[in-house]
Design a protein around this ligand. Structure first.
Ligand SMILES: Nc1nc2c(ncn2[C@@H]2O[C@H](COP(=O)(O)OP(=O)(O)OP(=O)(O)O)[C@@H](O)[C@H]2O)c(=O)[nH]1
Ligand SMILES: [Mg+2]
Length: 173
């Protein structure tokens, strides 16, 4: 039996072609067909066990192209997944600037970095070590994922659901 239900708005941000739609498609349909509509909101139920009880969370997922510093959109999000393509040079400045913008919002969303396309590791130019400094400085966790590797995405999604519940319950992050 499900003991509680929560609805969270999750925004997926990143530059064009970074893999946002493919990640969303993996989360929502368990497929890596990135040809999902770009604009609509998609929903996905995520079940996790929290403090020994099954908890159902519903993610309402929105794809946002680029690192738009829009206060209304960002503070209306419960969580933001920042997508970085490991086959592309990391734009550290842009990501840091965006994280700083989100960090000072009064209703600060949970942020994670999804370093994606790790199935193409032979073409990778960005590594976990490149993201570690940003991750440590801003306490934003990094997930090495691929829309072609379902488990990596599932783990990140469940972690986000759990962290959102912890935040709601006032647990320090
Ligand atoms: N090998 C591999 N290719 C990926 C992965 N994620 C995305 N791609 C490919 O990268 C390209 C861009 O992916 P999209 O998911 O459309 O990226 P996007 O960020 O939604 O792009 P825009 O909506 O145009 O901004 C497509 O050709 C995908 O098939 C991945 O994890 N592995
Ligand atoms: Mg897209």
């Amino acid at each position: 039996m499900i003991s509680s239900r929560f609805i969270w708005k999750v925004s997926v941000v990143g530059t064009s072609g970074s893999g946002k739609s493919s990640l969303i498609s993996r989360i929502v349909y368990d497929s890596d067909n990135g040809a999902i509509g770009n604009k609509g909101l998609l929903r996905k139920k995520i079940n996790v066990t929290y403090e020994g009880k099954p908890v159902e969370s519903e993610f309402i997922i929105q794809e946002i192209d680029g690192f738009i510093e829009n206060e209304k959109i960002m503070s209306g999000s419960s969580a933001i997944i920042i997508v970085a393509d490991v086959t592309k040079e990391l734009n550290e400045r842009e990501i840091q600037k965006f994280i700083r913008f989100v960090s000072i919002l009064e209703r600060k969303p949970l942020m994670v970095i999804a370093a994606t396309k790790i199935d193409r590791k032979y073409e990778a130019v960005t590594w976990q070590e490149d993201l570690d400094p940003i991750s440590k400085m801003y306490k934003v966790p990094v997930y090495m994922v691929s829309s072609r590797m379902p488990d990596t995405v599932k783990k990140m999604t469940e972690d986000i659901a759990t962290k959102l519940l912890e935040r709601k319950n006032g647990k320090p992050q």
